[in-house]
Design a protein around this ligand. Structure first.
Ligand code: COA
Length: 328
């Protein structure tokens, strides 16, 4: 038994924040942002909506696409670093909005690798034979934890959600073949939101010091991201006896176009084999991979049986990859 993706969708808020808009907010330029990151614009969620709002839209699309009523879901797994609240889980809020009255669920924080953590977790419930329908969502309202006075970070991130339905199959030409997940917590200081957890609860002082916003050492994260993603993807290729030319599409986490290009070049993948949509959305953390997969599917870039590689790197540090055969 293996797990396959049987439906996929995504949701982005309507409001667009362009590089020209950012030029009016911080000392930056469209030229700098485009050449250093590949990003032209990103979407921003309205206030008082939360990550569950975007996730519920993406999830509803997925259920509709597959013709599955929400009450048939066995499990909802949500990857997010921007939960609506720290308690309860965002999965619980989505369950209620979907009226998915017969399922379990929980959140996963795997940084920018969160969706791959959630996808591979969901796959285990299917492969064990325990569950038949697992909804896996990546959703992040990064605008909630970004300082729009900090040009080092505010140009990079955006808001979005993506969702997939996992179901079982016995067909070896479809579904998740293999994966790897990695974690190195010595990377924690290089990409974090210092306050708001149990270590530094919210206080007037933490707010005054802007400790509730993303802090990162961009150069360090860049280097480690290229190294980690390259290593995990080549390991998956070697382990599964697959040549780079046999991959239909490499769908990487979208953090920086230069990171993606460096990884793709080192793996000898040509540009048609690499899916990039960062110019439209920036880095939407847990949502980048399901959203990119969803857009590639809508663009008819994948056929049933095609070999697909997903790769991610993020806060933790976390990194991982998934090798799958497309099934829809
Ligand atoms: N506009 C103009 N100048 C900017 C800027 C901006 N938005 N942001 C930073 N700069 C400045 C810096 O202050 C620095 O100036 P200085 O030399 O006077 O100190 C200069 O540009 C060069 O910065 P540098 O850090 O060398 O740029 P870079 O080429 O490394 O690009 C990032 C910076 C953040 C785009 C890049 O490091 C990156 O993408 N890192 C990975 C981040 C990431 O993906 N995080 C998510 C987790 S997966």
């Amino acid at each position: 038994m293996r797990a396959m993706i049987t439906a996929i969708s995504h949701y982005v808020p309507e409001h667009v924040l362009t590089n020209a808009d950012l030029e009016k907010m911080v000392h930056t330029s469209d030229e700098w942002i485009t050449s250093r990151t590949g990003i032209k614009e990103r979407r921003i969620l309205g206030q008082n909506l939360g990550a569950s709002y975007m996730a519920t839209h993406a999830a509803q699309n997925v259920l509709e696409q597959r013709g599955v009523p929400a009450r048939e879901l066995d499990l909802i797994i949500v990857a997010t670093v921007t939960p609506d609240m720290s308690v309860p889980s965002t999965a619980a809020l989505i369950q209620d909005k979907l009226h998915a009255d017969n399922c379990g669920g929980f959140d996963i924080n795997g940084g920018c690798s969160g969706f791959l953590c959630a996808l591979t977790t969901g796959a285990q419930f299917i492969e064990s034979g325990r569950y038949q329908k697992v909804l896996v969502i990546g959703t992040d309202a990064m605008s909630a934890i970004i300082d729009y006075e900090d040009r080092n970070t505010c140009i990079l991130f955006g808001d979005a959600a993506g969702a997939v339905l996992l179901e079982p199959t016995n067909n070896p030409d479809w579904g998740i073949e293999d994966f790897e997940l990695h974690l190195d917590g010595s990377g924690a200081p290089y990409l974090c939101v210092p306050a708001g957890g149990s270590l530094q609860p919210a206080s007037l002082d933490t707010v005054a010091k802007k400790l509730h916003y993303v802090r990162q050492d961009g150069k360090k994260v860049f280097k480690e991201a290229v190294k980690g993603m390259k290593k995990v993807v080549s390991s998956l290729l070697v382990k599964n006896g697959v040549d780079a030319q046999d991959i239909k599409l490499f769908i990487p986490h979208q953090a920086n176009k230069r990171i993606i290009d460096a990884v793709a070049n080192s793996l000898n993948l040509n540009s048609e084999q690499v899916y990039i949509n960062i110019f439209k959305y920036g880095n939407t953390t847990s949502a980048t991979i399901p959203m990119a997969m969803s857009e590639a599917y809508l663009d008819k870039m994948m056929q049933k049986g095609d070999r697909i590689i997903l790769g991610a790197f993020g806060a933790g540090f976390t990194w991982g990859g998934v090798f799958l055969k497309w099934a829809i």
